[in-house]
Write a protein that binds this ligand. Structure first.
Ligand SMILES: [Zn+2]
Length: 209
């Protein structure tokens, strides 16, 4: 069994689709970020993993990408541009600064594209947007992502967006805890790493004194 970590196995801990998408880079806030979207196939693998394309859409989009490789490359570039704009916008929100106009306009353009293709559909007693599968459209996965980012930016939950304080981590998430106490992307990883470092620092300081 192939257990290698890849775009289709990344942890989805952002609590919002758009933040999970910004977290397709490891160590996003460091000077050695790890890119997980290295090909259009990676973008599709993540989209399938995040539940925005079905298995059959995935297959059809893959085939379409094979027959139009240059376009698939361009869509990947657009996906990364959108992702980085979202990352800067929400990181700015966390730090209480104003996002750049250029980043907002990248998101706005992607949102406008998304809404051209959106359908309003009933779910139970309410309604929501849906993107019917258009397996010819290689940028199909970007639509729900752009919608998710715009919706979060306009929502009451915006003040719950946090960035993991782990060294260089930079993962973004919505803190859903009732007392807003979530600190880490993952307490097992970043939380532990910081606790271990603090432990050794305390030991060093106590040895010196
Ligand atoms: Zn972290």
């Amino acid at each position: 069994m192939n257990t290698r970590k890849h775009a289709g196995t990344l942890e989805l801990r952002g609590e919002r689709l758009c933040l999970d998408f910004t977290n397709t880079v490891g160590w996003h806030a460091s000077d050695h970020p790890q890119e997980w979207l290295l090909s259009y196939a990676d973008l599709l693998a993540w989209s399938r993993h995040a539940g925005i394309v079905t298995a059959s859409q995935n297959e059809q989009l893959l085939q379409e990408a094979r027959s139009r490789p240059a376009l698939a490359e361009e869509v990947l570039r657009r996906a990364i541009t959108l992702r980085e704009a979202c990352y800067r916008i929400f990181s700015c929100v966390v730090q209480d600064c104003s996002p750049k106009v250029e980043d907002l306009s990248i998101l706005q353009n992607a949102y406008a594209q998304a809404m051209v293709h959106a359908q309003v559909v009933p779910i139970g007693e309410r309604f929501t947007f849906n993107w019917p599968g258009d397996e010819q459209a290689l940028d199909f996965p970007l639509w729900p992502i752009a919608h998710s980012a715009t919706e979060l930016l306009l929502s009451e939950e915006l003040h719950r967006v946090k960035a993991c304080p782990g060294d260089g981590c930079g993962w973004l998430f919505v803190d859903k805890s009732r007392n807003q106490s979530r600190r880490w992307c993952n307490g097992q990883d970043c939380g532990n790493r910081v606790r271990v470092r603090q432990h050794y620092q305390r030991q060093r300081t106590s040895r010196k004194s």
